[in-house]
Design a protein around this ligand. Structure first.
Ligand SMILES: Cc1ncc(COP(=O)(O)O)c(C=O)c1O
Length: 281
């Protein structure tokens, strides 16, 4: 994948792994459009430090694919099913992919299941010619497993019935505001995300945490400390971004508890790094 201009406002220090549409154009021209079957893209790269490209990036990629007759594959394995405040990020960005890859929250993790959705254009390609030859010979041991499918259907019914996408959008506004209460900590670098998925980037440079052997090690300490205080998080690439992705049914009081624990953990981290919280902050 091409490296893109993914630093700057909104990207923080960790999100350097997505590429702008212009980079893709250059790559396609270099390879020759006839040699490029598809572009695969993660529209909300949570595992890559919660890097969220602007809507215009995905829209430009769609236009680029249409221009060159290339298929657009959007991987919503992690971003799909309401977490962004819409059922899919594609919907939020008003982009229709040719393939949509789904898993994880398809069953909210209650059953292992994944799915690939395809556009009519892809179906039509298989439906050309003699109908008796139109068989897509493809299978896995557990393809279409009825129990996993039943669980996924029930999960989707609940997400829709309880309007969890709307809820994630509303709670996301509150969550963003609550996280901004942490800004006064010297170790705070950035909080970025949407709906109920946020990345809290801390420390900023290895030099600041030199006594600990670098920023990653200091963040590992904090991760353990937060767990002891009652908050389970993951540290994402490059080891200094904390993933905050609570259940979609979280309440405001529970968000407050999360932020209070983060506040305490950050105070301890800052004290250990030898900083002082700005008076009155
Ligand atoms: C965007 C994305 N795609 C794919 C995967 C991996 O999915 P699987 O473990 O089902 O192969 C992940 C894992 O987090 C992911 O974030």
């Amino acid at each position: 994948m091409a490296e893109g201009p993914a630093s700057g406002p909104g990207w923080g220090l960790g999100g350097r792994h997505t590429a702008g549409a212009e980079n893709f154009r250059q790559k396609i021209l270099q390879l020759g459009p006839e040699n490029v079957a598809a572009i695969i893209v993660d529209p909300l790269a949570i595992a890559s430090a919660v890097a969220m490209p602007p809507a215009s990036d995905l829209q430009a990629l769609r236009a680029l694919c249409d221009e060159f007759g290339i298929l657009l594959i959007v991987d919503e394995v992690i971003s799909g099913f309401a977490r962004s405040g819409r059922m899919f990020v594609c919907e939020l960005y008003d982009v229709q992919p040719d393939f949509l890859i789904l898993s994880k929250a398809l069953s909210s993790g209650y059953m292992p299941i994944g799915a690939t959705l395809v556009s009519q254009k892809v179906i039509d390609a298989f439906n050309q010619g003699d109908p008796k030859d139109n068989i897509f010979t493809h299978g896995h041991t557990y393809s279409g497993h009825p129990v996993a499918c039943a669980v996924a259907l029930e999960n989707i019914r609940i997400i829709q019935e309880e309007k969890l996408a709307d809820r994630a959008a509303q709670m996301g506004v509150y969550f963003k505001e609550a996280l901004s209460r942490l800004k006064h900590h010297p170790s705070f670098v950035d909080a970025r995300g949407i709906g109920l998925v946020w990345g809290l980037e801390l420390i900023g440079s290895d030099e600041r945490a030199a006594a600990w052997g670098g920023a990653r090690k200091a963040c590992l300490w904090l991760r353990k400390r937060l767990r002891d205080l009652g908050l389970v998080t993951l540290t994402l690439h490059p080891g200094t971004v904390f993933l905050l992705a609570p259940p979609l049914i979280i309440k405001q009081e529970e968000i407050n508890v999360m932020v209070e624990i983060l506040d305490q953990g950050l105070s301890e981290l800052d004290a250990a790094l030898g900083d002082h919280i700005a008076a009155g902050g």
